[in-house]
Design a protein. Structure first.
Length: 214
């Protein structure tokens, strides 16, 4: 069965979107971000590539320097195309800017239209990248501890990592870590009890995750 190019593109983008929503904030997700950026580049959707680079650059990812290099490549080679797209009407971009990323799109559009190509590179390299690199460095030891242990013995490693994110006032990252931990085989019951306390105001979310883990 053959699909049209438009159908294939829509399907592929939906898969990338689901992947980023599911695991995009995990530090090991760098390759997924880069794959999506390369995919959009192959279709010369450079404004979308620009946005994806911006989103990835603000996410604590291992090898974040690869994302910076990709952003510099996009801006250096396709700056005029990006600017041209951003100058179009809101209706023209509504089809590819997810509601989850509208705020970041607006922020990036303002930056891109107010700065030169060199100024954009300098801003990402000297302001955004160092901040994200610091976040990565703060989390490396937690990631390493998880890599060196297995469930259920790694339950305390998960809980320490989660407590760190809560201390940093990063509830979405804490929730993401809980959900990854709960999908491991032989998960320790203490992870469940901690998660239940974490989402006690969101019973539907906890119940849906429980059903997936049965």
């Amino acid at each position: 069965m053959k699909f049209s190019v438009a159908h294939d593109d829509e399907l592929t983008n939906s898969v990338f979107e689901r992947a980023i929503q599911a695991v995009g904030k995990q530090m090991l997700a760098t390759n997924i971000w880069l794959m999506w950026i390369d995919y959009e580049t192959s279709f010369l959707n450079m404004a979308k590539c620009n946005l994806l680079c911006f989103l990835a650059l603000q996410t604590p990812l291992l090898n974040i320097d690869l994302v910076l290099s990709k952003y510099i490549e996009v801006v250096t080679n396709y700056h005029d195309s990006v600017v041209e797209c951003l100058k179009k009407s809101e209706e023209a971009v509504a089809g590819w800017v997810s509601e989850h990323h509208q705020e970041e799109y607006n922020q990036l559009a303002k930056l891109t239209l107010s700065k030169s190509q060199d100024e954009l590179v300098a801003y990402m390299r000297d302001a955004v990248y160092p901040h994200t690199s610091e976040q990565v460095n703060e989390r490396i030891s937690f990631e390493q501890e998880l890599l060196n242990s297995q469930a259920p013995a790694n339950s305390q490693a998960w809980l320490k990592y989660i407590a760190f994110e809560q201390k940093k006032q990063q509830p979405q990252r804490a929730k993401m870590l809980f959900e990854v931990a709960l999908l491991e085989p032989q998960v320790d019951i203490c992870i469940w009890t901690s998660y239940i306390k974490f989402v006690q105001k969101d019973v539907v979310s906890a119940r849906a995750l429980f059903e997936r883990c049965r």
